[in-house]
Ligand binder design. Sequence first.
Ligand SMILES: [Zn+2]
Length: 251
Amino acid sequence: MASADSAEQLVCSTDPEHPANLIPSLCAKFWTLGWVTGTGGGCSIKDDDLVYIAPSGVQKELIKNTDIYVLSLAAQEPPYKHRTYLRSPPRHKPSQCTPLFLAAFTRRRAGCCIHTHSQWAVLVTLLLEQDRRGAGSNVFEINNMEQIKGFGRGLGRQGNLGYHDTLRIPVIENTPHEEDLTEFLEAAMDEYPDTYAVLVRRHGVYVWGDDVHKAKTQCESLDYLFQLAVEMKKLGIPWISNVPRVAPERP
Ligand SMILES: [Zn+2]
């Protein structure tokens, strides 16, 4: 157990890139995008063994470094229902997203995980819900879009997806308590080992990456594609297309 002073040091740094400073600045940006409206959504960063997490039920655009929880990943026991913290803010509650963030860190070796309540993500899950005729309805699929290049090929694979590749994001059903999503998120990770995101029906999306930069890039790219997909649907344009290749692929 860290002493009170050393616990506070975990969230005090003059470096703007320190996770305890970066989470508040990222959350303020995400709020302007409508991703973390009304205290929903959140963000967590892993730095070596330390995991930094935004608190629950707090205005995400107003979070300060002193609002951040810190835990040691090695000190936690799966399935992470009972967690111990190295540092807890005095007046907040731990985020219910915590076990989902930990799943991204332990099962996908992620360095950052972002959870948004973006309306575009929710709308995509509603469109897929309306279209449950075939076996593919619990996965969002899109191809032949430039922004797909914003995604890595998958854990342990080199490079990013290409313009003609198909991006697939699985959808899980929502639960009354966010913590209870964990086992379904983990099952979706197992079923789609290359995915960097999981949609939650009528709720939002979890997106992760090897580091903050990659998680943010993938989250932004995905939100762009979700918005595009909703507009395409309105115009009757399918998400999966067959377009001719006009130049060769390069390695
Ligand atoms: Zn949520």
